[in-house]
Design a protein around this ligand. Sequence first.
Ligand code: NAP
Ligand code: MG
Length: 477
Amino acid sequence: MPSPFEYAPAPESRAVVDIKPSYGLFINGEFVDGHGASFKTISPATEEVLAEIAEADEADVDAAVRAARTAYDKVWSRLPGRERAKYLYRIARIIQERSRELAVLESLDNGKPIKESRDVDVPIVAAHFFYYAGWADKLEYAGHGADPRALGVAAQVIPWNFPLLMLAWKIAPALACGNTVVLKPAETTPLTALLFAEICQQADLPPGVVNIVTGAGGTGQALVGHPGVDKVAFTGSTAVGKAIARSVAGTSKRVTLELGGKAANIVFDDAPIDQAVEGIVDGIFFNQGHVCCAGSRLLVQESIAEDLLERLKARMSTLRMGDPLDKNTDIGAINSGEQLKRIRELSEVGDAEGAERWEVACELPTKGFWFPPTLFTGVSQAHRIAREEIFGPVLSVLTFRTPAEALEKANNTPYGLSAGVWTEKGSLILKMASSLRAGVVWANTFNKFDPTSPFGGYKESGYGREGGRHGLEAYLK
Ligand code: NAP
Ligand code: MG
């Protein structure tokens, strides 16, 4: 459907960021050379090389863990909570001051629309640091014992879908509780973590409290396997999460895992339908669907399915895909060629298994990695696109007749991270919320995040909670 509006380009300026040609590792408060083979990070929207990034090998990881241990023993574990809080508040304020820079850099390196990095990612990052700064001197009131103690050195490995936000979810509670950290960002999105390292310098954070080691899977493996770490926090795929759980079994390391999902977004026949359509769009097309809690399975009550699908397609046709730095862009680039390949392959399995594909008719840019907003109807529970995480802008639509059937279908998944319920009836919301096996259940909304609210999964979506008072537990003895 042609857009009723013509939009003039509205690009955010790149001039606010100063990308260096190459970056080292951030160890003990300084940028140092890595000893692995360096690699390039690109903009997935244009395939332009942004910078050369150092790769940390085992010796570099060891140096980072040692720096974190020394900083823990000599400085950070000795500071009273109110002093740690000052650093966290300072970091939070610098993030706000440099928010435009962080947002532009995130959109360049990750491919997500500036609208999202500017209005969602970066504000929640700052909020996370403010929130946990507030806990640092009140830990004995958090409900985790009268004299809660830090664990020591935390090894943190994060994915590429929310690079800076996942960093904040990991680093803010760890530091508030008195731990020091070594964090590995994903290979395709290291730049905002490296800018965060500069922010730590600017905040005068004592050297070694935060260390950033860039690299690929091997660096992550060396980090979580290092005997000097007390705690492992991982967000990423279920396959790697399982490998990490196996590798730390039998050690004294504490572990939290935040893995994949295949969330049901359930729409009942009495739901405010246009509002539900917005929630479905937000649920699966936010961040190109690269969201572990994405509402990737739409369960719609049969009596309204036809009407709802028609409205959904009309709404999807208004989504604007293109330059992530354009302020009118709704859908940016797929994060990597590898991820694009996975999305294509699973979508082709959907075709082969007999589901019906519908996609927004739009021109895809010739450079970069792109996939149009897509939905599949005629999906059965046995189809792979109903069971496996696609991690892209692809919605699988199923129908149901009764609440019991909706519940059974929603829970029929190895995952259990999130779910959504759309209905006017409060009693039905409560019934569904208490019976859905999911860590987060949204009612008449979707993909809402707040630092005060715990987030985490059941079953193959992992264990442990991040955010809120509950998130402190993962970093305390
Ligand atoms: P992944 O391989 O699990 O990567 C997550 C992080 O772990 C990255 O920093 C990765 O490094 C690192 N890593 C890889 N292998 C490791 C190992 N053996 N030991 C320690 N760390 C290791 O995820 P992905 O390949 O980026 O994405 C694959 C699928 O995972 C997606 O299609 C999606 O289904 C799921 N995923 C889920 C989430 C989530 O938020 N739950 C996020 C991203 C992806 P490199 O990236 O540098 O290789
Ligand atoms: Mg990149």
